[in-house]
Design a protein around this ligand. Sequence first.
Ligand code: NDP
Length: 300
Amino acid sequence: MSAVLIDGKAFAERLRARTAEHVAGLKSLHGITPGLAVVLVGEDPASAVYVRSKAKQTVEVGMNSFEHRLDAATSEADLLTLIHGLNNDPAVNGILVQLPLPEQIDSDRVLMAIAPEKDVDGFHVINAGLLATGQKSMVPCTPLGSLMLLKDALGDLTGLNAVVVGRSNIVGKPMAQLLLRESCTVTVAHSRSRNLPGICRGADILVAAVGRPEMVKGDWIKPGATVIDVGINRVPAPDKGEGKHRLVGDVEFASASQVAGAITPVPGGVGPMTIACLLANTVTATCRVNRLPEPDGLGS
Ligand code: NDP
């Protein structure tokens, strides 16, 4: 392997430590403890793991964690009532509704009900619009974390060719907006793009957010490029035993790491950055609502 490994786990730890310092400062100087409310509807095991992890890390950085676990049969109206309550609760600075939601609930309607200033996931159209028009917003956590890793690895991104594969509202599109904000020349590719390998070969920065295990091959990558692999895919791993699985990204790490200049591993790359950015966004939201200076080094 010739590529430098971008250690998202270590970066996320440092970001959490900075966040904890800001939280301590808010408490001692202003008597404010930021609070993050996480809402889980139903029993999806992967979602339950994420929610537990978010709550644990929230408490570890000194913030208040409010967990709301609702039955899978919860109606949209009841969920909206809970969100309105959280919107009006001054102890709650950030609200996260864990996706996916059960089918009787319209996710868009729920996400739009969250007060934009408490929308620490950055999914509300107001925040998406602010980001797209280059204004201060809450930035979605996974793209924000990916950008932090890129800036840490490369410094100034001005003028670099960036290719984002994937155009989802939660990763691909906001990632493209952030790279544009850094003055990259940005191409967004998707399932209908022609000659995807050729598009990728033009990238100084390649961000893969597709959800297809190891789709991006080493020979799609420009020598020396920086590769951010957002994908998290669970694939069978018979070598580890019957019924066992392992996590792989959207990039074929073995071949890509021979060509790239720097690359994020899966796991241990972008993944740990997402929750760290969620906590950082909650501190940013707390400062904004209290008209305090924006914290340095937390991103949004
Ligand atoms: P979506 O399914 O919402 O979007 C996938 C995108 O990839 C779509 O824009 C789709 O194109 C595009 N795509 C699908 N197949 C191809 C193909 N063959 N060639 C080119 N483009 C293709 O996924 P998300 O954006 O939510 O997530 C992407 C990946 O990132 C997943 O693996 C997910 O698990 C991971 N993820 C990781 C997070 C983390 O914390 N690290 C957080 C969020 C997601 P089209 O629009 O044309 O359908």
